[in-house]
Design a binder for this molecule. Structure first.
Ligand code: IDP
Ligand code: MG
Length: 140
């Protein structure tokens, strides 16, 4: 089933020059990027994006980190795009994420794991609407 999901190269990924690497893996998998922009998230947007984690001990550092530099936000479309993007990213903790995944190949720190991808259809819809207006998503 064709789905859309929200993907973001986090500030560590941008700082380390991994934007192209992430885009390459999305494209070579056969998924389609239908919206993309570089932005610096406001604290408000960051808190909305990570609202499910508001009561976790790492929430303040998570918000600080995700607003610490520019991110590259995307809407990615394709067959089972939500699950496929999660598989491309790998496990949340890069130490447990196997080689071949983005986090497994490039990360070592759970707080700086390079990339975000929505974890369900409900999250995808919510996150796309937080980060993009309908006009920014291109049908092609
Ligand atoms: P996900 O990004 O794989 O969906 P979530 O559990 O939704 O993982 O957590 C959101 C982000 O919060 C993670 O990508 C990671 O950067 C950070 N995070 C999750 N758990 C921890 C933790 O135990 N310590 C520090 N940061 C964490
Ligand atoms: Mg998550």
């Amino acid at each position: 089933m064709t789905e859309r999901t929200f993907v973001m190269v986090k500030p560590d990924g941008v700082r380390r020059g991994l934007v192209g690497e992430v885009i390459k893996r999305i494209e070579q998998k056969g998924l389609k990027i239908v919206a993309m922009k570089m932005v610096r998230l406001s604290e408000e947007t960051a808190k909305e994006h990570y609202a499910e984690h508001v009561n976790k001990p790492f929430f303040p550092s998570l918000v600080e980190f995700i607003t610490s530099g520019p991110v590259v936000s995307m809407v990615v479309e394709g067959n089972s795009a939500i699950e496929v993007m999660r598989r491309l990213c790998g496990a949340t903790n890069p130490i447990e994420s196997p080689p071949g995944t983005i986090r497994g190949d490039f990360g070592l720190d759970i707080g700086e794991n390079i990339v975000h991808a929505s974890d369900s259809p409900h999250s995808a819809e919510k996150e796309i609407s937080i980060h993009f207006s309908n006009e920014e998503i291109i049908d092609y």
